[in-house]
Design a binder for this molecule. Structure first.
Ligand code: ADP
Ligand code: MG
Length: 719
């Protein structure tokens, strides 16, 4: 019995002593800054089970206290710290900090509570490794968008206070453990919070350095702040003003240290943020500019990865630009060419061939029927004009470049009477001079006639050198590899394969024909060519083009309208050539588009993966940012600015790549084809940059929002 009584008396004494202590403490006009009432915290283990980590915690703290929280591992100390620090808001009961109940704060208010009211110090320091010491400390101010000058000034002062003023430019990895912890303390203090929470701040340090950290924390407490630290060290605990012991989620003792002696409080140099207006936190966000700077630091830290990634995007962007240049180049080229052949009163009718690269010819009857049909169409359309035989002339135009007919030009350049290898030139086109060619189309010389002469395009200057080729004798050999080309319907023509037509003529002029200028083209009068042809092919030449002279452009337009409804004919050779180019452009353009689309898609996925990995890699950093008050928005902003930077970098390297690509294509085309239809518009780089940035930002959206959603405590636990 007495034993039992004794025990309860002991309890009484114990609690009376506590009251005593509390009284003693109240002397120094201190006030309660943190109050916990009936705090219960349960962790969800699975769908059914919960683990109760804290049981009905009731305790209050005053400013100026240096509280040690002690207890065995797993007793709930960190859980309690996370609740007080506003990192975890899933609890029951009331936590009243600086007059506000944490459970009732909105996410936004909780963010600003973390930013301005509490400072966190962790056992593992949790510094951001790619930022300098100074930048680590200014980070919390960066989140509040404080001016650069003020940030540096305040951070420097703070680092001076923890004795690190000479290490500002260093990276965390260049510091010792105790120095890192000093940086972390400086960071926790930078926003001048009322409460400092330190979860085993000396856990990673030895006794001597632990005492250095403790001294700093004591100074902070003595300057009037509440410092709560979790510790395992009895020595550390013995120096604090109050020791609270937790076991199995309950407070089992709470003792005030009577021997605690305050230091002479140091002057508090820390400036307060202008953070409240009528009791509401004013909008203080991480500015875009700061977010970009932060991301830049991070990207710089992994520059190789980012550079490689941007090369990938650059290929897509490069081919996009090349495609744009090529498409518009061809379009410009064709329209320029079409303009240079303009006699609107002449209608060209070419026979369409069944086979590609081949040609069919018109028979006399076909020409008669066609003429009649056109005339009746004109009559139907009330056009007072009739085509007669006199208005019609013939043409024979073939692509000899890759057709069934080929031609070479031979010229005894060195005058030794023999034709050497370098004195032969492949002709790309064999044309009969169209009726709309005039003196105006000539670069030099005179028009050839039905009796005499051929004309060449400027491409042959390459062959003849500086010398003017006018008046020079050349021999042109036209070969047939397919008799169908000669006499489409004749039986015996099949046996005359590989017929050679030698044409000995002098060059009378050089014609500039724009579209063909780069190619070696021979122009010969139709009648002159026909006479050679009949002689060697043993059949008369049939035209594959006919030219109709009309009275006006209006008539031509109506005829062209009629022709466009017919399947068997097409317009001029230039027009069909233009069509061929357009077709080629479309093929090349489409493949370039496909290539650039695929590579842009691949780039987008690549950015997504890299950004996603970056989020995983930087989970801890995100936790740190959140613990010092970064909002979801801020985290999103940091990652989005990183993808913006990736886009910018990729866009720029894409432009460089495109430049090189275009140069190579230009050189290749001019060397092998003779002309390079590439046209560059001033806004292409902007399109490319825009595309690259949009793609990057879009692919960065998901990782950024994932980063913003990460759980703070879990991310901090990540190693
Ligand atoms: P201390 O910091 O005192 O070592 P903690 O506060 O970290 O202890 O943990 C208290 C108890 O809560 C431990 O038993 C721990 O296993 C449990 N706990 C901590 N975090 C979680 C969590 N996220 N989910 C489930 N149980 C947890
Ligand atoms: Mg712990």
């Amino acid at each position: 019995m007495s034993n039992k009584k004794n025990k309860s008396k002991e309890n009484l004494v114990h609690s009376e002593q506590e009251k005593d202590n509390a009284k003693k403490y109240q002397n120094e006009n201190s006030q309660v800054v943190l109050e916990l009432k009936h705090i219960n915290k349960k962790y969800k283990i699975n769908n059914k089970e919960y683990f109760q980590a804290l049981h009905d915690i009731n305790i209050s703290f005053k400013n100026g206290e240096l509280v040690s929280i002690v207890g065995e591992s797993g007793s709930g100390k960190s859980t309690l710290m996370n609740l007080i620090g506003g990192l975890d808001s899933d609890f029951t009961g009331k936590i009243i900090a600086s007059g506000k109940s944490l459970g009732e704060l909105t996410d936004k208010q909780l963010d600003s509570y973390r930013k301005d009211k509490v400072g966190f110090v962790f056992q593992s320091f949790n510094l951001i490794s790619h930022l300098s010491i100074l930048d680590n400390v200014t980070l919390a101010l960066t989140l509040s968008n404080v001016s650069e000058k003020e940030k540096v000034e305040r951070a420097t002062n703070m680092l001076k206070m923890v004795g690190l003023e000479s290490q500002l430019k260093k990276k965390p990895t260049q510091l010792s453990g105790v120095q890192k912890q000093r940086v972390a303390i400086a960071r926790a203090l930078i926003n001048n919070p009322e409460i400092i929470i330190a979860d085993e701040p000396t856990g990673a340090l030895d006794t001597t350095t632990s005492m250095q950290i403790l001294k700093i924390l004591k100074e902070i407490a003595d300057s009037g702040k509440l410092v709560i630290m979790v510790t395992h060290s009895e020595k550390v605990a013995s120096v604090s003003s109050r020791v609270v012991e937790i076991s199995d989620g309950k407070i089992i003792s709470d003792k005030v240290n009577e021997n605690y002696k305050k230091l002479k409080p140091k002057e508090n140099k820390v400036k307060k943020n202008e953070k409240e207006k009528n009791g509401n936190p004013i909008k203080q966000n991480l500015s875009y500019w700061s977010a970009i700077r932060l991301s830049f630091h991070n990207m710089w830290a992994s520059k190789t990865k980012n550079l490689l990634m941007s090369f990938g995007v650059a290929i897509g962007i490069g081919s996009l630009i090349l495609m744009l240049c090529f498409s518009s180049g061809i379009t410009d080229y064709i329209s320029a060419t079409m303009k240079s052949y303009s006699d609107p009163t002449i209608v060209t009718i070419s026979k369409k061939s069944e086979e590609m690269m081949s040609f069919s010819t018109f028979s006399e009857e076909e020409i008669d029927t066609l003429t009649q049909e056109i005339n009746s169409y004109l009559a139907d359309n009330n056009v007072n004009y009739t085509i007669t035989e006199d208005n019609i002339s013939y043409g024979f135009n073939v692509v000899t470049m890759f057709g069934k007919l080929s031609a070479t030009l031979k010229y005894d350049k060195n005058g030794d009477g023999k034709i050497g290898e370098d004195e032969q030139l492949s002709i790309y086109y064999l044309y009969t001079t169209p009726p709309y060619y005039t003196e105006q189309n000539l670069v030099e010389g005179e028009m050839s006639t039905s009796e005499n002469g051929i004309m060449l395009t400027p491409a042959v200057y390459k062959f003849f050198g500086e010398e003017s080729p006018i008046g020079k004798k050349v021999e042109i050999s036209v070969f047939y590899n397919d008799t169908q080309l000669v006499t489409p319907d004749s039986e015996d023509a099949q046996t005359s394969a590989k017929t050679t037509i030698p044409i000995d003529q002098e060059i009378t002029a050089i014609v500039d024909t724009s579209v063909m200028s780069g190619f070696p083209v021979v122009y010969i009068d139709y009648d002159l060519f026909a006479s050679y042809y009949e002689q060697f092919a043993e059949t008369p030449l049939s035209p594959n083009s006919i030219y109709v002279q009309t009275d006006s452009k209006a008539t031509s337009d109506i005829i062209n309208r009629y022709l466009s409804t017919r399947e068997d004919v097409s317009g001029s050779i230039e027009e069909s050539l233009a069509n061929m180019f357009t077709e080629m452009t479309n093929i090349i353009g489409t493949s370039l588009t496909v290539i650039s689309m695929i590579s842009l898609l691949v780039s987008a996925i690549m950015i997504l993966v890299v950004m996603y990995m970056s989020v995983t890699e930087r989970t801890k950093e995100i936790g740190v940012l959140k613990s010092i008050g970064a909002r979801k928005k801020d985290i999103k902003r940091i990652f989005s600015s990183e993808s913006f930077l990736v886009g910018l970098l990729s866009g720029i390297s894409g432009l460089v790549f495109a430049g090189i690509l275009i140069l190579i294509v230009y050189i290749c085309l001019t060397t092998f084809v003779g002309f390079a239809p590439l046209s560059f518009k001033w806004y292409y780089p902007f399109i490319a940059l825009g595309v690259s940035i949009v793609i990057s930002i879009l692919s960065g959206l998901y990782p950024a929002s994932k980063a913003a959603k990460l759980d703070t405590i879990e991310s901090l636990r990540r190693e």
